[in-house]
Design a protein around this ligand. Structure first.
Ligand code: AMP
Length: 281
């Protein structure tokens, strides 16, 4: 496995692979890798000849009052996990390698980004789409792998890849959870022991919602109301949204049917956590 920090090095390595007619799978991350990221690498390893992982905490997708500076970083542990997962190349650039001083071109998306997380994080998805567009142009992957954990992000990426005719396939992978249910996230490290316990309310609400839908409930309001009531029983939880949206457009729906995304964002103390489930009948 190689770890490189410049765009030119990535281009040179991938060019050689393409000459040999090898396919390239790409897993973009912000590092501090866990089993959720590893599951994407595993899927890429299965489908593609070569696997590239980027580790880059992208400043452009953080708002002014968000956690850019405190976001956890550990490139040594990340390299170890990637090595174990059979990754071929890690791209770990400095922000200055990705954004030169006169950088002024952005990739933005209408509609899909004006819902859910986009409401409280207005510049977030512009930053995500811009960096991913750049990374896709640098790595030139055949497939890129995204977690359903960030369902809105995956839907947005799928749309801009389609709209901009980018020659790659987007593969979505299921949410990986801790043994007790909490969705794995690099941000879980922010939680104190007490908050970690309280954070379980997110997955409990997701499992409750899933159970209601499985039993035949189709009213979005009834499902989200019961999930909301459950989350409110946890004193440390502060709800940002509990909602059911169309899985493709991200617009709110009244009736739960294929494809509906039931998604939640909840603050536990200062830590903002998200979780979701998808209804595909
Ligand atoms: P991040 O490093 O948080 O930007 O995440 C990088 C990729 O890993 C994204 O596609 C996420 O959706 C995915 N990911 C993060 N956590 C999980 C998880 N618990 N299960 C599955 N995928 C995940």
């Amino acid at each position: 496995m190689q770890l490189v920090t410049t765009i030119q090095e990535v281009r040179d390595i991938v060019k050689q692979w393409k000459k040999e007619d090898l396919t390239v799978g790409f897993v973009p991350t912000m590092g501090y890798l866990h089993e959720g990221h590893a599951s994407l690498m595993k899927e890429a390893r299965k489908r593609d000849d070569k696997v590239v992982v980027s580790v880059f905490v992208n400043p452009m997708q953080f708002g002014p009052s968000e956690d850019l500076d405190s976001y956890p970083r550990d490139i040594n542990a990340d390299s170890k996990l990637c090595e174990e997962m059979g990754v071929d190349l890690i791209f770990h650039p400095e922000p200055s390698e990705m954004y030169h001083d006169d950088f002024c071109s952005f990739t933005d998306i209408n509609g899909l980004s004006n819902h859910l997380c986009g409401l409280s994080r207005p510049i977030h998805f512009r930053g995500v789409c811009t960096v991913l567009n750049k990374l896709f142009n640098i790595v030139m992957p055949d497939r890129a792998y995204f977690g359903q954990k960030d369902a809105q992000q995956a839907a947005i990426v799928k749309q801009f890849v389609k709209d901009l005719n980018l020659p790659l396939e987007i593969v979505r992978c299921p949410i990986i959870r801790e043994a007790d249910g909490l969705a794995k996230s690099s941000r879980n490290t922010y939680l104190s022991a007490e908050e970690r316990k309280a954070a379980l309310i997110l997955s409990k609400a997701i499992f409750l919602g899933q159970e209601l839908v499985e039993k035949g409930e189709t009213s979005a309001k009834k499902v989200t109301d019961q999930m909301t009531d459950l989350i409110k029983t946890e004193p440390l939880a502060d709800i940002e949204y509990v909602t059911a949206v169309n899985g493709l457009t991200m617009e709110e729906v009244d009736e739960i049917k294929d494809p509906t995304l039931v998604a939640i964002a909840v603050r536990i103390g200062k830590t903002r956590l998200i979780d979701n489930f998808v209804v595909e009948k």
